[in-house]
Design a protein around this ligand. Structure first.
Ligand code: MLT
Length: 279
């Protein structure tokens, strides 16, 4: 892994391939390992950049990963700014200052992609919006996220993994690929309670960006697992329709984490879309 100084922290990043920059933003509470199975295939077309987001995996939370009272909190805009800094750093390193970036965001990563499109549309060449939504949390859900942040120290990440995993994978994954649930458990239980609290508080205060969708000019591929219990096929169809340059693909035999559950179909959907928008 390579280290990049981003704002007040050091982002740990895996990078592979040549072509336009494609940065991957993982979901909550995961890290860059979420995308590992799709990178080899996509590296033939893109320079794939897979960071652990601030507070997750190996990337420290940093002092800017806290609210004004000192509690861990990373807003989606902070993550978005981090990725913009990382993208421009990598573009400079490649001798291509000002290069636009592609961003693939899954679930929480999708919230981050929308924040990038709101704050810095000029740097986005295109986006892949996976298993996510554009709305703010209803009050009750936001309260649940704050409760999780306040109690994760005592409940621990093992309880979090046990609670989450059944809703993350498709029935076929559960039956045919038990190793995926085991990997998710490894990923979730390796996160720090502090990072989990920060992401959870950040998601609780995210904006409703439904009204942003019709203003997005960049081409966006909306992807989702056919059996995702957290982002329904219908809700993702509606997002693709609201985007002026939206495309849509559904990944069979996958729930909320298609890059792990059906990596070939996930990578093929991105390659097919990129060929189409590049013509
Ligand atoms: C994720 O995978 O990032 C989470 O499901 C996002 C969320 O809790 O809204």
């Amino acid at each position: 892994m390579k280290k990049y100084l981003v704002d007040d922290t050091a982002y740990f990043v895996n990078a592979k391939g040549s072509g336009p920059i494609l940065i991957f933003a993982h979901g909550f509470p995961f890290d860059g390992r979420l995308f590992e199975p799709v990178i080899d295939k996509l590296a033939a077309r893109f320079h794939c950049v897979v960071p652990d987001l601030r507070g997750f995996g190996k990337t420290p939370l940093g002092s800017n990963g806290h609210n004004s009272l000192g509690a861990p909190r990373v807003k989606m805009g902070r993550f978005a700014d981090d990725l913009a800094i990382l993208g421009s750093e990598i573009a400079c390193e490649r001798g291509n200052k000002g290069e636009k970036i592609f961003v693939c965001g899954l679930s929480m990563g999708g919230y981050i992609l929308l924040e990038l499109l709101r704050r810095r549309p000029q740097i986005i060449a295109g986006g892949i919006f996976c298993d996510s939504n554009a709305s703010a949390d209803p009050e009750e859900k936001a309260a649940g996220r704050n409760y999780l942040a306040d109690t994760i120290d005592s409940f621990g990440v093992h309880t979090l993994a046990d609670n989450m995993i059944p809703s993350l994978v498709s029935p076929k994954t559960t039956k045919d690929k038990p190793e995926i649930a085991a990997l998710l458990s490894d990923i979730i239980t390796s996160q720090s309670p502090e990072g989990v609290a920060a992401g959870s508080r950040g998601m609780a205060v995210r904006r409703n960006l439904v009204d942003l969708l019709p203003t997005v000019e960049a081409p966006i591929l909306v992807l989702g697992g056919a059996d995702d219990k957290l982002s329904s096929v219908e809700s993702l169809d509606a997002i693709a329709e609201a985007l002026p340059n939206g495309s849509r693909a559904t990944i069979p035999d996958a729930g909320h984490v298609p890059p792990l559950e059906n990596p070939d179909a996930f990578a093929d959907a991105i390659l097919e879309w990129h060929s189409r928008i590049s013509q």
